[in-house]
Design a protein around this ligand. Structure first.
Ligand code: GSH
Length: 214
């Protein structure tokens, strides 16, 4: 059976959403980020700095997928593999679609996600936090405009249908949602993410994530 390491409150959420979409059973190992644990709580927990986990992940980072003897890190690579191997039409139908799915996944991880972290982790109760969000939102406008353009026409990123490319992009766009009014500036993105968050598989992942201690 497939085995996925990583708590819901991590980039493993994007893999769990896809696994829910495919309906694939998997063994979920809730490895937690070490920085989230006090020293006294780390003992006896599955976390990213344990020797057993570092043997799987030299980067000491979740998520990690074990698929037989294949051990894979990087959340986007894991999703592209799962979609191709098991996802049917969630994955590429041909080389052209694969190229486009990789293009959007790389834009997500390199062009969008790093800019979202200032927004995601800001304390908007403080003036400094709000300023950090405003600066982050300003940087995000250009890459989000690219996504908005990509959705124009069919409302999906690749192949005129819902695919792994949408999941990979939507999970990083979600990190930008705490920026007040930002997503609404991009109507195609706003419509698309609203539709995606209504999907039953996303709702199942989200409910489990919310049930997980923060
Ligand atoms: N680019 C990697 C990033 C992986 C990553 O940084 N994961 C975080 C959690 S979301 C982590 O495990 N950090 C290690 C730690 O904090 O102990 C991916 O997309 O999988």
């Amino acid at each position: 059976m497939l085995r996925l390491h990583g708590v819901y409150r991590s980039r493993a959420a994007r893999n769990i959403w896809l696994l829910e979409e495919i309906g694939l059973p998997f063994d979920h190992v809730p490895v937690i980020q070490r920085y989230r644990l006090d020293d006294d709580k780390a003992a006896g927990r599955l976390h990213t700095q344990t020797d057993a986990f570092k043997a799987l992940s030299p980067a000491a980072a979740i998520p990690v997928l074990e698929d037989g003897d294949l051990v894979l890190s990087e959340s986007m690579a894991i999703n592209l593999h799962l979609a191709r191997a098991y996802g049917g039409d969630l994955g590429p139908r041909d080389e052209r679609e694969l190229a486009l799915m990789e293009q959007w996944s790389f834009h997500a991880i390199a062009g969008v996600e790093p800019l979202t972290l200032d927004v995601l982790y800001a304390d908007q109760a403080t003036e400094a936090g709000r300023a950090q969000v405003a600066a982050g939102a300003e940087k995000l406008r250009r890459p989000l405009a690219v996504v908005n353009e990509g959705l124009a026409g069919t409302g999906w990123l690749v192949g005129g249908r819902f695919t792994v490319a949408d999941i990979n992009m939507a999970e990083v766009v979600r990190y930008a949602m705490p920026a007040p009014g930002l997503i609404a500036e991009f109507p195609a993105v706003e419509d698309w993410i609203t539709r995606l968050h209504r999907r039953p598989a996303f709702a199942r992942m989200w409910a489990a994530r919310e049930a997980e201690p923060s």
